[in-house]
Design a protein around this ligand. Structure first.
Ligand code: HEC
Length: 294
């Protein structure tokens, strides 16, 4: 080794860690085995509740009537066609159609969302995805905001109208199983980042998403019972029975707040990574909107 190189090496080695911006230390909830190509049915290996919620049409009445076991149906008993009672999600669907038609008067909006020949069928299944134009992974709602802006309409991600348009567009995929591919880049890395975030503890409770949705599944928590994080995404956006239309990212902010964690911005790269992670864990589950959740 040349003398100058050696000096450089000696100088830079001890300095490097001090110069690098140090990420705060975080505890992690241990990973479970997610495999490379996850799907909703993998839950059978973990919380073993898949058998109760896999088929929205055939929920065992004994389970849904049991006070101690009904959480195992993972609230799927609320999904149509099992439960088609009218709720605010139906209003959202109508409002979504109205706004969509206004935006799509010339067909540009549908094309911008990625619909082939204006056909919305199956479009929901192509999200979240890598978006060259927006330079990252985006969900349907982020793309809706972007495409609406192109038509001169402000439709902020997380707002009622944005989410309503998402419900409307999503409804054309009803019954079709989610199937995002996380085996290839850049989705693969997004999945890995989402998985890491889901298992990273934060806030004054030092809880991760996985503390509740993996470790505390089936255990009461301030009157609520967290359920598995498998198979949840097909019914989003959803109508919450507390009278709120929610997009998935808005739900993330609520879970963050419940766990004493500062929520991130709806549409942030981190929430999109968690969306990729959770959507992969729902692969195989059919899209079901408008849905309702407590
Ligand atoms: C303090 C416990 C707790 C933490 C931490 C937590 N959640 Fe939740 N979460 C719940 C409970 C309880 C529910 C409602 C019951 C259910 O659906 O599991 C819920 C529901 C959800 C739902 C809706 C499920 C559905 O489709 O109805 C999503 C999505 C979700 N959580 C994601 C997350 C994410 C992402 C994080 C981390 C950023 C997180 N949660 C952290 C307790 C928690």
């Amino acid at each position: 080794m040349k003398r100058s190189t050696l000096t450089l090496a000696l100088l830079t080695l001890p300095l490097a860690p001090a110069l690098a911006a140090e990420a705060p230390y975080r505890d992690m909830t241990s990973y479970i085995d997610y495999g490379k190509s996850p799907k909703a049915s993998d839950d059978a290996k973990h919380t073993n509740t898949y058998q109760y919620w896999k088929d929205n049409r055939k929920i065992d009445p004994e389970i849904s009537n049991s006070l101690t076991d009904f959480w195992k149906v993972n609230w799927k008993y609320r999904d149509a066609p099992y439960d088609d009672t009218l709720h605010g999600g139906h209003d959202a669907l109508e409002r979504g159609e109205e706004v969509y038609k206004q935006l799509n008067a010339k067909g540009d909006f549908a094309a911008c969302l990625g619909a082939k020949k204006g056909d919305l069928k199956g479009l929901r299944l192509t999200y979240p995805r890598f978006d060259k134009e927006l330079g990252g992974i985006v969900g349907l709602e982020a793309r809706i905001e972007h495409c609406a802006a192109r038509q001169g309409m402000k439709l902020e991600n997380g707002s009622y109208d944005n989410t309503a348009v998402s419900v409307y567009v999503t409804s054309f995929s009803n019954g079709m199983p989610l199937k995002i591919d996380v085996t290839r880049e850049p989705m693969k890395s997004a999945f890995e980042r989402g998985k890491k975030l889901f298992h990273t503890k934060a806030g004054w409770t030092n809880f991760s998403c996985a503390t509740c949705h993996v470790s505390l599944v089936g255990k009461g928590l301030r009157g609520q019972i967290p359920t598995t994080h498998y198979g949840d995404i097909g019914h989003w956006p959803t109508w919450r029975s507390k009278d709120e239309l929610q997009s998935l990212h808005v739900r993330f902010t609520e879970c963050n707040r419940n766990a004493g964690v500062q929520p991130l911005k709806v549409g942030s790269p981190e929430y999109h990574d968690i969306e990729v992670f959770m959507t992969a864990l729902s692969n195989g589950m059919p899209v079901t909107v408008p849905s309702q959740r407590d």
